[in-house]
Design a protein around this ligand. Structure first.
Ligand SMILES: [Zn+2]
Ligand SMILES: [Zn+2]
Ligand SMILES: [Zn+2]
Ligand SMILES: [Zn+2]
Length: 536
């Protein structure tokens, strides 16, 4: 029973809807079961007791069919239930080849995985998203899946952009790591804020901390003095991080183009949209980035910057960059942009001059190599970015859905904890109409961007991977969304499906489905292990 995944984000528990009437097998539908279960008292089947619910489900004659039917969504915490018909149509003529109604399927619905990217919401769906993210990022570094393989030879770097400080926070700094895995690091860190002088802030707090914080210490990322900390500026910084990133990419581009001119790399003639011909440097930068929410509640960006060439006759093509610009130049361009790009936000009643938005001190740029001889490999970078793509604000201790006037008081408090004050800052500063976005993203501590983004020509899309998976599943297995096999592209599958609800019907359904998927996974793993040992 512990197999049911626990969701930490609110509103994501397995559904506890009232028991549907049709759970009892009716004699018409399944004659063989007539007289077996219908004899049971209705309270027994409708019970809120998990075990009784489970027995009621498992005792049904269509239990095996139900398990097979929910298989595509069986590991999901909160699948979507859809009802309607699925039609298979001949593409050339529009002729209806086959039609299946969900009414004839177990429960009368199709179960579709929720597809949430957040690990704290749905561990199973986020795993899939993470694998897709890995493929998207990695294809941009080594090619494949439609990306030319020569991108592996393009200079690429892996910078990390951090936010500036908004006040002193408890930190864990390790001078030299001796741990094997950085995720469960137990190295001896430096003292947090060791100071000889007795500096006391205006609120009477001594700004020292001699603790050597463990990696799991909940104090990490929280301010030494909550009242000194500039929560307003941090909330606005989170909100403006996307714009700062945009300006940074422009600055990096400019720097590289200037470099082309200085080094005498010949320009190419490019025809722009309105037919004008312009001479441009034959380079283009492709970007990918993942946002990571730090413990102090501010985002920082892990980015990939790849240098491409420019084919003036085919702007969509990914071609080799000109010789004469290398990864070291990209590092310089990024350092230059990180140092110089900064801007002031629109004025706000609380800050008539606006807030100044720029990067923090530590921008760390590593050179990516495919062979593994550089500072960091393509696989490491892809795994790193994919991991952050499934995270959100969990690390700060705050996890909620979008906030409203009714719910904000649960999470915001001007005299509360660090994150409560951040939410409060978003809410208060978001009062003027032009600043409403702060309220909209208060549950993200102000950050309104996507956690994984890439420029158009960096790599393949998530949509392509999802499409490939659907085609693969339809042609390989006979799952519920299979219908007729569609191996040849001459047939189309058209869904006329309606949203019925989300979540499992009962906690027992969730438990049974999740257990079956966990068993299937174990079985697969055991089989794989057996095969590898046999091969060895
Ligand atoms: Zn899910
Ligand atoms: Zn400390
Ligand atoms: Zn360590
Ligand atoms: Zn203070």
């Amino acid at each position: 029973m512990s197999v049911v995944p626990e969701a930490t984000a609110s509103g994501t528990a397995p559904s506890v809807e009232p028991q549907p009437q049709n759970l009892l097998p009716t004699p018409a539908r399944s004659p063989s079961a007539a007289g077996t279960l219908t004899a049971a008292p209705s309270w027994w089947v409708r019970s809120a007791d998990l075990q009784k619910q489970a027995v009621a489900r498992a005792a049904r004659p269509d239990y095996d069919a139900w398990l097979a039917h929910v298989k595509p969504a069986s590991a999901c915490v909160r699948p979507v239930r859809l009802a309607g018909t699925i039609a298979t149509i001949e593409a050339a003529t529009g002729r209806l080849l086959a039609e299946r109604a969900t009414a004839d399927m177990p429960d009368g619905v199709i179960y579709k995985p929720c597809g949430n990217r957040r690990e704290s919401v749905c561990p199973s769906c986020s795993k899939l998203y993470q694998r897709d993210a890995y493929q998207v990022v990695r294809s941009g570094l080594i090619g494949g899946k439609g990306v030319p393989e020569q991108v592996a030879h393009h200079p690429a770097v892996f910078p990390t952009f951090t936010a500036p400080g908004f006040g002193e926070v408890h930190t864990r700094a390790v001078k030299r790591h001796t741990c094997t895995r950085r995720t469960d690091c137990d190295c001896r860190p430096e003292p947090c804020h060791a100071r000889r002088d007795i500096s006391v802030c205006p609120h009477g707090v001594r700004l020292v901390c001699f603790a050597r914080h463990a990696a799991t210490d909940r104090n990490l990322g929280t301010p030494l003095c909550l009242d000194c900390y500039d929560h307003d500026a941090q909330a606005v910084w989170n909100l403006s991080a996307g714009e700062l990133w945009r300006r940074t990419t422009i600055a990096v581009n400019r720097y590289v183009r200037r470099l082309c001119r200085a080094r005498g790399i010949p320009y190419v003639a490019k025809v722009s949209g309105n037919g004008k011909v312009r001479m441009v440097p034959p380079v283009r930068l492709s970007f990918g980035k993942a946002a990571e929410m730090q413990r102090r509640g501010v985002v920082h960006f892990h980015a990939i910057v790849r240098l491409d060439g420019l084919d003036p006759t085919d702007p969509a093509a990914i071609v080799a960059p000109p010789a004469g610009i290398d990864a070291a130049d990209l590092v310089d361009a990024i350092d230059h942009a990180a140092r110089t790009v900064s801007f002031a936000t629109e004025p706000h009643p609380a800050a008539p001059g606006g807030w100044r938005i720029g990067w923090g001190e530590q921008v760390l740029t590593k050179v990516i190599t495919v062979a593994g001889a550089g500072e960091v490999t393509d696989a490491q970078v892809a795994a790193y970015l994919a991991k952050y793509a499934t995270k959100s604000t969990e690390v700060t201790g705050h996890a909620s859905t979008r906030l409203t006037d009714e719910t904000v008081n649960v999470y915001a408090d001007p005299d509360g904890t660090h994150t409560e004050r951040l939410v409060e800052a978003c809410w208060i500063l978001g009062r003027p109409r032009e600043w409403r976005r702060l309220r909209r993203w208060a549950h993200m501590l102000g950050f309104g961007g996507h956690f994984l983004t890439k420029s158009r020509r960096y790599s393949i899309t998530f949509a392509l991977l999802r499409h490939n998976r659907v085609v693969f599943r339809r042609t390989e297995t006979a799952g519920p969304d299979a219908g007729e096999p569609v191996a040849e592209p001459t047939t189309l599958v058209v869904n006329f499906l309606e949203f019925v609800g989300s979540g499992w019907r009962t906690p027992a359904d969730a438990m049974l489905a999740n257990t079956s998927s966990a068993l299937a996974r174990d079985h697969q793993q055991a089989a794989r292990q057996y095969l590898t040992t046999t091969a060895a």
